[in-house]
Design a protein around this ligand. Structure first.
Ligand code: GLY
Length: 254
């Protein structure tokens, strides 16, 4: 604040209740009146293992979250999504799109931290590879305000996404280093690599930002999905990369 690093946003302080628990991201398709549960994923926001260091946009995700099952997700839609949707309609600004409720699972039940009107990153990279329904008709129904009998069907697989970021992130990341081996990673069963901040330099793929790659693996069990995702990361040759080694580790704990 003294150095004005955040500009006018750093001129005041908001003191909020501290919520303790695990954070989950809940997603719903909304057509202005109706909300349809998409699913939930668990982000890993800090840069360091065991949730240490500064916050980031998200260093990895697990879908579905270990301790937030389908019934709890449906209840959370009733608690946090449908009332918001009704109120937006009442105000004459009905919402059509994807409502993302950021929740904290406290001992006293789920509490709402924030809303976003989009998919999460990297939550989407863990959520969408499990989707078995055709996304386009659902999005069309959302846009036309006609969510009716659409079904959102997911596979029973678990997805684990590990984000690879440029060294220095979430500060100034190293950019320009060559990235090789994406084909080797994607040759591993269940592995898919998403590129977020890459560029081509002299025909070579290079890192061009903070969170650069998201390596997702799906498998019937969480342990296998983790193993596959980290095998994918190991197959990628990018000396500038940093990533967390514990994505999904807490979900494996009893
Ligand atoms: N991963 C958090 C977000 O997309 O806001």
């Amino acid at each position: 604040m003294r150095q004005g690093q955040l500009g006018p946003a750093g001129s005041s302080v908001v003191i909020e209740e501290c919520l303790r628990g695990e954070e989950v991201s809940l997603f719903a398709f909304c057509d202005g009146e109706n909300a349809l549960l998409i699913g939930a994923a668990q982000d890993h926001k800090r840069i360091g293992e065991n949730d240490t260091g500064p916050n980031t946009g998200g260093m990895g995700a697990v879908c579905p979250p270990a301790r937030f099952g389908r019934d709890a997700q449906e209840m959370a839609i009733d608690l946090f999504v449908r009332p918001a949707l009704r109120e937006m309609g009442r105000r004459g600004t009905p919402f059509r799109g994807i409502l993302f409720a950021g929740l904290m699972l406290t001992e006293g039940g789920p509490r709402l931290i924030e809303y976003n009107v989009r998919f999460g990153d990297p939550e989407a990279q863990a959520l969408l590879p499990r989707l078995r329904s055709d996304l386009l008709p659902i999005l069309l129904a959302v846009a036309r305000g006609r969510l009716g009998d659409e079904e959102v069907v997911f596979s029973d697989d678990v997805a684990v996404t590990v984000v690879m970021a440029g060294r220095g992130y979430p500060g100034k990341p190293t950019v320009g280093g060559a990235i090789r081996g994406l084909d080797r990673a994607e040759a591993i069963e269940g592995v898919q690599v998403f590129q977020a901040a890459t560029a081509l330099a002299d025909g070579e793929l290079v890192g061009a930002g903070g969170r650069v790659l998201a390596v997702t693996a799906i498998a019937p069990a969480l342990q296998d999905a983790r193993d596959r995702a980290y095998a994918g990361v190991a197959a990628i040759d990018w000396p500038d990369a940093v990533w967390r080694r514990d994505i999904g580790a807490r979900a494996l704990m009893p």
